[in-house]
Design a protein around this ligand. Structure first.
Ligand code: T3D
Length: 254
């Protein structure tokens, strides 16, 4: 098994654990990751998912030692990377990518796929695909231009430039950078803070914003009205309003 699962204070951490290969992804590991994510909807105790890596790398992308073993690359990509990225983006719970170090190739795509992206000060990010004359996959052609704009995304992809944490933050590739020495603790604290925010409101906000990125203003306004009606029926909404009136801190997700 190359994936370590831990659950603490409603935060499920999925840690890719192949440090000797810089957490490069094999077919089996990708399926393990997909299956772990697909179990989350039925696990009420899980409120936040964190994906991270062991050692100095987050993930170096496809394991190149396994290169060529797949007869049909398109089918392999569909069954692994595409299943994984859709799993993250459609999960009705927050997914944090906690990028503890190097993220390259499909590892960079995975870093971008999180709803919230936290980087260690040691992070090095590279869309390494073009170094082996491949195109970005794992959703990078979707995530990257949305984060940095079309031309910058093309430039990062074709030169496989290595981006450090300060530049990643400036470009909008991550939301926060935490010091490497305290990265794990700071990620856990951030994730626990998120786990205590109203879960239904998060799920509906995720859905509305994803639709907002691909639709028209009219479509967003219509969807907001529908999803707001749903949010307003949640017990968290009631709790939030009562807590405001009673001048106390709300306790969500009870
Ligand atoms: O082909 C398909 O199936 C389609 C799907 C493609 C998706 C993709 O992800 S394609 C892109 C694949 N990834 C890469 O091309 C990245 C390759 N790695 C690197 O460019 C560099 O290793 C890094 C920039 C990630 C890190 O550089 P550095 O100098 O910090 O470390 P290193 O010395 O290069 O690597 C350390 C070890 O990890 C080394 O092994 P060794 O010599 O100590 O035994 C290296 O071979 C291994 N390693 C790093 N990346 C991979 C890897 N082994 C297998 N696959 C890797 N991707």
């Amino acid at each position: 098994m190359s994936l370590v699962e831990t659950l603490h204070n409603h935060v499920l951490t999925l840690r890719i654990d192949r440090p000797e290969r810089m957490n490069a992804l094999t077919f089996e590991l990708l399926i393990e990751l997909c299956e772990a994510l697909e179990r989350v909807p039925s696990r009420a105790e899980v409120r936040v998912v964190v994906i991270t890596g062991t050692g100095r790398a987050f993930c170096a992308g496809q394991d190149l030692a396994a290169f060529g073993k797949s007869l049909d690359i398109a089918e392999m990509v569909e069954k692994t990377y595409n299943r994984l990225m859709m799993g993250i983006c459609t999960l009705e719970k927050p997914v944090i990518t906690a990028v503890n170090g190097t993220a390259a190739g499909a590892g960079a795509s995975l870093a971008l796929a999180g709803d919230l992206r936290l980087w260690s000060s040691n992070t090095k990010f590279t869309e390494a695909f073009s170094n082996i004359a491949l195109i970005p996959d794992g959703g990078s052609t979707w995530f990257l231009p949305r984060a940095v704009g079309y031309s910058k995304a093309l430039e990062l992809s074709i030169f496989a430039e290595v981006i450090d944490a300060a530049e990643g933050l400036r470009l909008g590739l991550c939301e926060r950078v935490f010091e490497a020495e305290t990265f794990t603790e700071q990620v856990q604290a951030y994730a626990e803070r998120l786990a205590n925010r109203p879960a239904t409101a998060f799920a509906l906000t995720k859905k509305a914003m994803q639709q907002g990125m691909v639709g028209t203003l009219r479509e967003s306004l219509t969807l907001e009205a529908q999803l707001q009606a749903q949010a307003s029926r949640s017990s968290d909404h009631q709790e939030g309003v009562y807590a405001f009136i009673e001048k106390r801190k709300p306790e969500f997700n009870k």
